[in-house]
Design a protein around this ligand. Structure first.
Ligand code: TGC
Ligand code: FAD
Length: 408
């Protein structure tokens, strides 16, 4: 209690939310490794997140509602496909620009970064990479401008980590395919105009197709009751004899490498994004540790608090270097799927551990929505699982270094 009989935690919470964020998380001058274009992209997105996301996100997350209105703004700041060519609705920037944009979005909220990851890497990218010229012309400009929202359907109720077992299927019916099956846990599906769906053909080969909202037999019910990623909308995709014109099928790509190559793109973005969530937790914990007093001094003066903060900035710095090096490899077209797995796994786990430590530094206040920490922590539980679980990425690394496949 302070001299006015008020709880210090609440008083300092009110004070600290008004304080500007610390910028002290560039411990190894990583800025010097970024191009001017990278820095401009990062600063513009950071500013946008401060103005448009930070003031509203706790409220949306509390109400478990998706801030759909942000889609247009995300398009305007170039968050959809930053490294895709401009003529196909992307930003024409390099892979590090894509990374720092995801970092700044996830500093705001993992769900907002998800909105951009799905649209850019899981919907625009497959259409750009595998689509016919007509598909590219029809969908990419509208997706890039945020006029259309897209979703990506790979996971099924009984096939998550093992998508090759999928049962969703297409059967030839003249000028169309008849699509049957169901997808589960699909980000943005209830609000999507189109879904990129992966299904097996009659030969058992995985094909990609674009399913449009309103097609007869297609529905996308919302999944409720999430304690994580609450500001992101998640749903199913249900297909009951949906007639999909053949012109909506990706012409060439066959097999799991189609969807997995999209995942490589998105997992790369998550490796950067998780750093943003970690930075926000670290900033909040550092600030709180300097403001909050116990035993007559700031809690930041205690060795155990300093240990937590010192380890946090060490881990953030290591994650930044991992992401930056991965970005330089990606710019040269040399980032392997296994290298991407290592960075996704390491950086998400790092962010989750930092969120948990930051929560402790905030004491009881850490469990409230006065601070972003608990929201990030809960979000990161999803990020640890989607786009390949923590353990699946470990096994990908294990397979890469031993040459032995633990999945088969
Ligand atoms: P496997 O036999 O190893 O591979 C099949 C073919 O794919 C190739 N490949 C890849 N290609 C590109 N990028 C990658 N990352 C690739 N990984 C593998 C591979 O070379 C092979 O090619 P080919 O030419 O020989 O046919 O496949 P498998 O069935 O043994 O599975 C391996 C495993 C377990 C690693 C894979 O299934 C996997 O990654 N599982 C995890 C599933 C997953 O990540 N699901 C994510 C769903 S989407 C999502 O979560 C979106 S969240 C969106 C948001 O809100 O941000
Ligand atoms: P399971 O595969 O059943 O795994 C359960 C546990 O078993 C995990 O711990 C896993 O690591 C472990 N396990 C599985 N296999 C092995 C093994 N061989 N060895 C050791 N351990 C193993 N999917 C999409 O297609 N599109 C989306 O937009 C999308 N968005 C999502 C949004 C949210 C909020 C969530 C939660 C998920 C989303 N997903 C999406 C699905 C996500 O990719 C899957 O949840 C994830 O791949 C894991 O699948 P699963 O949940 O079925 O878990």
């Amino acid at each position: 209690m302070n001299e006015n009989g008020k709880a210090n935690g609440v008083a300092s919470a009110k004070k600290s939310v008004k304080t500007d964020q610390f910028q002290g998380h560039d411990y190894y001058n990583i800025d010097e490794l970024l191009s001017d274009e990278n820095k401009m992209a990062r600063d513009a997105v950071r500013q946008w997140v401060k103005q448009e996301v930070s003031p509203i996100i706790e409220d949306y997350s509390n109400r478990a509602e998706c801030p759909h209105h942000l889609f247009k703004g995300l398009a305007e700041i170039g968050a959809f496909g930053p490294s895709l060519p401009v003529e196909y609705g992307g930003g024409g920037m390099d892979e590090i620009a894509y990374g720092v944009i995801m970092q700044e979005l996830e500093r705001g909220d993992s769900g907002v970064r998800s909105m951009a990851s799905v649209q850019g890497s899981l919907v625009m990218y497959p259409i750009y990479r595998f689509g016919s010229e007509a598909q590219k012309k029809k969908y990419l400009p509208k997706l890039g401008s945020g006029e259309f929202i897209g979703c990506f359907g790979l996971t099924e109720p009984d096939h998550g980590s093992n998508p090759s077992g999928m049962i969703t299927n297409i059967k030839d019916d003249g000028d169309a395919y008849i699509l049957n099956g169901a997808k589960m846990w699909i980000t943005n599906s209830p609000v999507a105009d189109i879904a990129v769906v992966w299904a097996k053909d009659e030969e058992g080969k995985i094909r990609g197709l674009i399913v449009e909202k309103g097609m007869k037999g297609f529905s996308a019910p919302e999944i409720h009751g999430k304690w994580s990623l609450r500001a992101s909308i998640t749903g199913e995709l249900v297909f009951e004899d949906v007639r999909v014109p053949k012109e909506n099928v990706f012409p060439e790509v066959r097999g799991l490498k189609g969807p997995l190559s999209c995942l490589s793109k998105a997992r790369y973005g998550i490796a950067w994004g998780a750093i943003g969530a970690a930075m926000d937790c670290y900033d909040s914990a550092l600030r709180y540790s300097l403001e909050r007093e116990q035993f007559g001094r700031p809690i930041g003066g205690f060795q155990l608090t300093q240990k937590k903060l010192a380890e946090m900035i060490t881990e953030i710095t290591k994650a930044q270097l991992l992401a930056w090096r991965l970005g330089t490899l990606a710019n040269e077209g040399k980032a392997s799927p296994a290298q991407i797995s290592m960075a996704k796994r390491n950086n998400v786990q790092m962010a989750l551990e930092i969120a948990r430590e930051a929560r402790q530094i905030h004491g009881g206040m850490g469990i409230t929505n006065e601070y972003p920490v608990m929201r990030h922590m809960m979000n990161l539980e999803t990020v640890l699982t989607y786009e390949g679980t923590h353990d699946i990425h470990l096994l990908i690394t294990g397979m890469d270094v031993t040459g032995l496949n633990a999945f088969k």
